[in-house]
Design a binder for this molecule. Sequence first.
Ligand code: ADP
Ligand code: F6P
Length: 321
Amino acid sequence: MKRIGVLTSGGDSSGMNAAIRAVVRAGIDKGLEVYGFIQGYAGVLDKHYKVMESSSVSGIINRGGTILKSARCEEFKTDRGQEEGLDTLRDLGVDGLVVIGGDGSLRGANALHELGMPVVGIPATIDNDVYGTDMAIGVDTCLNTITWAIDTIKDTASSHERAFIIEVMGRESGYLAIMSSLSCGAEAAIVPEFPYDLEKIGEKLAERFKEGKTDSIIIVAEGASSAYTIQRRLKNHIGFETRITVLGHIQRGGVTSVFDRTLASRMGVEAVNALTDGKTGVMIGLSKNKYVEVPFADVMEKKKELDPKLFDLARALGVIL
Ligand code: ADP
Ligand code: F6P
């Protein structure tokens, strides 16, 4: 193996830069040339890449976003796009590829692997919905941002004795919502994985209001409902005046947390080691504090479930579900 490629794809997450840095530095350390493809699979199709030097990744370990840019590339979902991608990589003499991204991006990685290109994946998405890893890169930074934002909102919620309905990201996953309900001491959490009864939630919130609770935080995962819908349905029943905050893309950026820097650095190095050991079709995962190689077949076929114990924990700590 002489030359490897690296790309970031799909929704970005803080820590992608730390992962790129680790892949580049580990690759160079092993005597490889490293090409960084720009804008994910679009960069592969357009032969848009940079030759990465050790200095190309200086000063980025802390920075959110991705210096290689990220994109969603519809063409790459087609057989033709994938075959063209393979041809391009072969033309450029790329012997192996590291794909950093979420579930969709890893499907693209699997397609290239099935066509014969050695590919290793690294999970990076704030949604934490990739099977085979306890944590994806960016989740921890995102949760810290959500927690900071809600702590800030709680100050004004308390001054004005209001309930805030806060919408957090998670296209199909309630991980961010349930975890932030724990870290912020929220009154209620609404997630797609748990059947919720808004009338009951409303009654319980009203009870707490009568008991003297003067402010309230209700977290809703975008994959379950919208803050506007929840506000419309709750506002006349809970006693509190309500306001809405949709946290939006603030959740995707920001200075990378220590946990994510470490996770990304380790996964980047493990990915290069796997490629040079002749492995392909695997994702580097973190499972029970160990770094593991998870076959793409499992990542594609199995669904990552929210741990049901999180619901028990939330309830025990007073979160209404
Ligand atoms: P994420 O990786 O964050 O889940 P997406 O689902 O939007 O983001 O996927 C990012 C990109 O990965 C897509 O734009 C496409 O280029 C590629 N991709 C997604 N799904 C597939 C698939 N089934 N086959 C091939 N490529 C895919
Ligand atoms: O998959 C990551 C994610 O941030 C989801 O939580 C969210 O639904 C989506 O991406 C937003 O995508 P976009 O940046 O294209 O609006």
